[in-house]
Design a protein around this ligand. Structure first.
Ligand code: GLN
Length: 192
């Protein structure tokens, strides 16, 4: 069976996620067809979805303009997995703390954009993630802070703040799990 993995490609980093989901699937002996999503009509053909990083204001605007936003909500309502990273996490959240981001409200979180502080604009840290045996090397790039968690499970924290969460079929990370060649977060989101 071929897994259809949609990477939302209206803006942001796409190819690294495509690679990560391919290699995660390979370890499970699954074939993957990666579908780049820039228009309506493709999300319903996908088994899993990736919402990459980028610029959350731009991504949310394009998702609504292209009619993709409601398709993503339907995907989540039917229990199909989504991995939302960095700007993707902001777009997926209930409250982005920024009226320019029209969120999807599929992750019960409040986030604050770019809130890790200037000296920590970008940083890397090994973090322990629920469900993974060894620490994950997390790369944070102008990452959002998760300031409040509603009905969602915290999978990882860094310096006491949540940085990875699960809300039903949706896993969200404030870091970029696609950049290090370690595909365990994709594995956790789609195959666990
Ligand atoms: N700072 C970006 C935003 O607020 C997110 C950064 C990223 O995705 N690396 O949209």
């Amino acid at each position: 069976m071929t897994l259809h993995a949609g990477v939302v490609a209206v803006q942001g980093d796409v190819s690294e996620h495509a690679e990560a989901v391919r290699s995660a699937a390979e370890t499970h002996g699954e074939d993957v067809e990666v579908v780049e999503i820039r228009e309506a009509g493709l999300v319903p053909t996908c088994d899993v979805l990736l919402l990459p990083g980028g610029e959350s204001t731009t991504i949310s605007r394009l998702l609504h303009r292209e009619g993709i936003a409601s398709e993503i909500r339907t995907h989540v309502d039917s229990g199909k997995p989504v991995l939302a990273t960095c700007a993707g996490l902001i777009v997926a959240a209930r409250d982005a703390g920024d009226e320019r981001v029209d969120t999807l409200d599929v992750l019960d979180l409040t986030v604050e954009r770019n809130a890790f502080g200037r000296q920590k604009d970008s940083f890397e840290a090994p973090i322990s993630v629920e469900g993974l045996d060894d620490p994950f090397h997390a790369v944070f790039i102008r990452a959002p802070v998760i300031s409040a968690v509603g009905d969602a499970e915290v999978l990882a924290t860094w310096e006491g703040r949540p940085v990875a969460v699960r809300d039903g079929p949706v896993v969200g990370t404030s870091f970029h799990p696609e950049l290090t060649g370690d595909h365990r977060i994709h594995d956790l989101a789609f195959f666990a």
